[in-house]
Design a protein around this ligand. Structure first.
Ligand code: ZN
Length: 203
């Protein structure tokens, strides 16, 4: 399986990193080895002094598809989740400034947290899902899928022009503002609406 991640999908986060607003979704991949194993802490890698949390709504693909029209995209998933796209921001900035790919900063081991899945049918409107991240019990990021520049079905249409989607693939739909550095002993808890869907410790 693969993890397909979207960058710059929330205006407030584009502003906080002083990025340009994209004309197309920014897409990058993480390999399956970047998945943080369940119940494991996240170890800050020694090649970074500035690893940021990015909390993101996830979509799990349940059917093989290519060139999926957004009208039919809803048939390709029935679970919604929440995760973290850990990013070595110092390394990413260095790579970006050189015009190099971001993988070393985003796709390293443990850089993808995937929480508990919820049924799509649990939500009245997928374009109105509240989600948030607490660090040491303080709210640090919150968003609503309504704020996404490209909504879930539009992302599936776009991504599937380039990559065949397979069963079990996971889409990370981008982060709202509030990204910040994690430190050893931090505790991160993710919520979809009022449901706690993951909890992890930083080491
Ligand atoms: Zn991200």
């Amino acid at each position: 399986m693969k993890l397909i991640c979207i960058g710059r999908n929330y205006t407030d986060h584009i502003k906080e990193l002083a990025n340009e607003r994209p004309t197309d979704p920014v897409v990058f991949l993480k390999p399956d080895t970047s998945l943080l194993l369940k119940k494991q802490p996240f170890f800050i890698p020694d090649f970074s002094n500035d690893v940021h949390h990015e909390v993101e709504i996830l979509v799990k693909i349940n059917k093989v598809g290519k060139h999926i029209d957004k009208k039919f995209a809803h048939k390709y998933y029935d679970e919604i989740g929440l995760g973290i796209d850990f990013t070595a921001r110092d390394l990413q900035n260095e790579l970006k400034s050189k015009g190099l790919p971001w993988e070393k900063a985003k796709a390293f081991d443990g850089a993808a947290v995937v929480g508990k899945w919820m049924a799509k049918t649990d939500f009245k409107d997928l374009n109105d899902i509240n989600f948030s991240l607490k660090k040491n019990n303080i709210l640090v990021q919150q968003g609503n899928t309504e704020q996404m520049l490209w909504k879930i079905d539009e992302l599936i249409e776009y991504i599937s022009k380039y990559f065949t989607l397979k069963i079990g693939d996971i889409i990370f739909t981008g982060t709202p503002s509030g990204v910040a550095k994690v430190e050893p002993n931090d505790e991160l808890i993710g919520f979809i609406e009022n449901n706690q869907v993951f909890k992890l410790t930083i080491k």
